[in-house]
Write a protein that binds this ligand. Structure first.
Ligand SMILES: Nc1ncnc2c1ncn2[C@@H]1O[C@H](COP(=O)(O)OP(=O)(O)OP(=O)(O)O)[C@@H](O)[C@H]1O
Ligand SMILES: [Mg+2]
Length: 381
């Protein structure tokens, strides 16, 4: 049997085709009694910008360290370019890591930092120089080779760390929250730079972040983690528009998750569902309704509204219980007609309803074991 696919698997077999650079096959990692990663199945394609997104402690770094070879999985297999790398040390893997804290040598110059890895590999001096110069040009630090790293700004240090990894020309670059230490403006600049570099050099990036905007704006695909489980893998729009669980709906953007009672009233079904705030249109009780806004799905009363310039964020108490957040673009008006106490009708297109599975929560180990057993015993032997 080639790996068993646990409850967090995304359906479909994990392939080992040569277009996949990295595959995790039913990988679990335990540290003593701590279960850091549980039954993760995912594949990363060659040349992809692939993000691991999740809250603190969800297992992102642990996954990255297992791919790099700094940790061994407790169970499951890691496959790089079709080869099972169990037991292969980190330095023999065609993978380089950029850490959040850069880990530069403060007593060496920028150029010496970048060349360091090549020196260890006994690459000749002339080649070292030219490859380091190329790598520094790639991160737009052409004239910085002789500077001390202590004389650089945070963003420049981050670029040196990147150049130091790129100089090895790895197939896969692992980046663990590389922009975490930068202020917002620099962070946004570096997001653009990183994306440009990745497109230019065409290597596979596996990028760890807990920032959903960063993941949405940079990635070809995103893997969303919660509590060591993989909740969903998809393109940014798939993850945003079609969240696979209440967790993803809440973690990636804002969503209204409506539970069984409300769902029964609004949809005539007990399956919980989510709908994004910007998909909902508020219509005054006495105003005409344009069918293009979707059908009227609920009525309620405005509890509060906040004017935010380009948009207004409104909270509506639904008649019969429940609340939803609505975001209205301030195209013409200035958020008027949203005073607390105003009765409203809420319209949205039914195709924006995302029905959420009533699965056992991944945080509940007891129910999870039951499901795993059920899946395993259902498999042909
Ligand atoms: N060496 C270790 N020994 C014991 N527990 C560990 C070890 N490394 C990680 N863990 C635990 O494993 C879980 C996952 O940790 P991990 O570092 O992978 O999370 P993360 O998603 O990278 O979080 P963050 O966003 O905070 O960096 C956490 O509960 C953590 O405490
Ligand atoms: Mg981490």
């Amino acid at each position: 049997m080639t790996g068993s696919f646990g409850p967090s698997g995304q359906g479909g077999a994990v392939t080992e085709a040569s277009t996949d650079d990295v595959a995790l096959i039913d990988v679990s990692k335990r540290f003593g009694s701590v279960s850091a990663v549980e039954h993760v199945n995912l594949t990363v394609r060659a040349g992809e910008f692939f993000s691991l997104l999740g809250p603190s402690g969800s297992g992102k770094t642990t996954c990255l360290r297992m791919i790099a070879g700094f940790e061994q999985p407790t169970e499951g297999r890691i496959v790089l370019r079709g080869t099972d790398v169990a037991g292969l040390p980190a330095y023999d893997r065609d993978v380089n890591t950029v850490f959040q804290d850069y880990a530069l040598f403060p007593h060496l110059s920028v150029g010496e930092n970048v060349e360091y890895g090549l020196k260890v590999k006994r690459v000749g001096k002339a080649e070292r120089r030219s490859r380091a110069a190329d790598a520094l040009a790639m991160v737009r630090l052409d004239d910085f080779g002789s500077r001390r790293v202590t004389q650089l700004s945070g963003g420049q240090r981050q670029r040196v760390a990147l150049a130091r990894a790129l100089v090895n020309r790895p197939r896969v670059l692992l980046l663990d929250e590389p922009l975490g230490a930068l202020d917002l403006k620099l962070r946004e600049e570096m997001q653009v730079e990183l994306k440009r570099i990745q497109t230019e050099v065409g290597i596979t990036f596996i990028f760890v972040t807990h920032d959903q905007d960063e993941a949405l704006s940079m990635s070809d695909r995103i893997a969303v983690f919660a509590n060591g489980h993989l909740e969903q893998v998809g393109t940014p729009s798939e993850v945003y528009e079609r969240p696979a669980s209440a967790f993803v709906a809440g973690f990636v953007g804002t969503s209204n998750v409506l539970d069984g009672t409300v769902a029964n009233r609004l949809r005539g079904s007990e399956d919980a569902f989510s709908v994004r705030p910007e998909k909902i249109t508020l219509i005054a009780a006495d105003a005409p309704h344009d069918a293009a806004e979707g059908e009227i799905r609920a009525t309620g009363t405005i509890r509060s509204s906040v004017y935010l310039g380009e948009r207004t964020r409104v909270i509506v108490d639904l008649d019969g219980g429940g609340e939803v957040v609505v975001v209205e673009q301030n195209r013409a008006a200035t958020g008027e007609g949203t005073a607390p106490g105003t009765p409203v009708r809420l319209a949205w297109d039914r195709r924006f309803d995302q029905v959420l599975p009533i699965a056992p929560r991944p945080t509940d180990p007891a129910s999870d074991e039951v499901l795993t057993d059920a899946v395993l015993s259902a498999e042909p032997t």
